[in-house]
Design a protein around this ligand. Structure first.
Ligand SMILES: *Cc1c(COP(=O)(O)O)cnc(C)c1O
Length: 377
């Protein structure tokens, strides 16, 4: 009776809703037998990684019989120069999501409170349950983090607060002034994770906070960034946390020694050195944002604006059907029912021809009767 084995897990763990990733291209290929598929579902960089990062990863394969550098010396040195921080403030992770997990493991005991916002990145919830924390979800304001309400939710039992800036999937963000006010009033023994996965995309917005600078002012602030988004290295899994050196010391005790692979370390180090590639990506993303915004408006569709590389599009009560219909046209986007946003789809900004195909497919699914009737069979 496998049920019994399942029941061996702690109740809070049995209640975790499994993460729903964007559908992999190969999976859709197997299911539908179609070849020409585009994925705009996981906010990856459609340009791929920097060619220099790719070359560095390839060269590093010659060394993969050896364990990686457990201390990530070269990547930390590159980051420390790039960000103007001490290497003793940097923790490397197997993706920034693994750092969220380390932080919770290290600082939150079972029964202690973690605060997140409604509609916040769902990984935080999984992690809260996995450490048996008491999860406090603060209602969103205009889809975004209500920092006033989140500050009011703090109790003597609160250990950790997650803020995604910008948030995925809603694209909402808090400005420097609001964040400063929040951090200033917070008890100094409550840790705050500022998840800046899309920082590079968003940084040019007026009033956009730079967590790295704020961290120097607030020792209880932990800033996380990733190589998965603008740097195009999602498949290699590498991200970093920037924190006070005492927090970093603790994180590195919990961290398993070889958590970032040799190719990931090599590629990330080379990626930091190629900021021209980042600029190319940002320019492409800006064009794509305008292309999609224009297309959505022409179709009369509302969306949540995002400073990142994605849109959250309101398509109404048939969102699940629309998602399925787009799949059949070879276009993978992300349904958001697991975020309790059943009328929205999240769409990553792609290359110009991918954006055009998404718009064209959406037009067909929503308005072309012939295709709609096929779908309704
Ligand atoms: C994509 C994403 C991450 C980054 O995940 P990695 O584990 O670094 O790949 C973190 N937070 C948010 C909000 C994201 O959307």
């Amino acid at each position: 009776m496998t049920n019994h084995l399942f029941d061996l897990a702690h109740k809070s763990i049995r209640h975790i809703a499994p993460y729903q990733p964007g559908k992999p291209i190969n999976e859709l290929r197997r299911e539908l037998g179609i070849q020409d598929i585009i994925k705009l579902a996981s906010n990856e960089n459609p340009l791929g990684p920097s060619p220099q990062a790719m070359a560095a990863a390839q060269q590093s394969l010659a060394e993969i019989a050896l364990y990686p550098d457990a201390n990530g010396f070269e990547l930390k040195t590159a980051l420390s120069t790039f960000l103007q921080v001490d290497t003793r403030q940097i923790t490397l992770g197997n993706g920034s999501d693994s750092l969220f997990s380390l932080i919770a493991q290290a600082f939150v005991a079972p029964g202690q409170e973690m605060i997140v916002a409604q509609y916040a990145f769902v990984t935080y919830t999984i992690i809260a349950h996995s450490v048996q924390a008491k999860l406090v979800t603060v209602p969103a304001r205009d889809w975004g983090h209500d920092l006033t309400a989140m500050a009011q939710a703090v109790t003597p039992n609160t250990r950790l607060i997650f803020i995604a800036n910008p948030n995925n999937p809603t694209g909402t963000w808090v400005d420097t002034e609001t964040l400063l006010q929040f951090l200033t009033q917070l008890p100094k023994d409550v840790l705050v994770v500022l998840d800046e996965a899309y920082y590079e995309y968003a940084a040019n917005q007026p009033g956009y906070p730079n967590g790295v600078l704020l961290q120097q002012q607030f020792p209880n602030l932990i800033v996380t960034r990733t190589f998965s988004k603008v740097y195009g290295l999602a498949g290699l899994r590498v991200g970093y946390a920037l924190a006070h050196s005492e927090v970093t010391d603790i994180l590195n005790r919990v961290r398993l020694p070889f958590n970032v692979s040799t190719p990931a370390l090599a590629a990330a180090t080379a990626a930091i050195a190629d900021q021209a590639f980042v600029q190319t990506t940002l320019a492409m993303n800006q064009q794509g944002r305008e292309q999609l915004a224009h297309g959505f408006s022409q179709m009369g569709l509302d969306y949540l604006p995002s400073p990142g590389n994605f849109f959250t599009l309101h398509v109404g009560e048939h969102a699940a059907t629309i998602f399925q219909s787009l799949l059949r046209l070879g276009v993978i986007v992300r349904p958001l029912a697991n975020y309790a946003m059943p009328e929205h789809l999240r769409i990553t900004i792609g290359l110009p021809h991918e954006n055009a195909r998404l718009l064209d497919s959406l037009q067909k699914v929503l308005y072309d009767n012939r295709i709609t009737s096929v779908i309704e069979e």
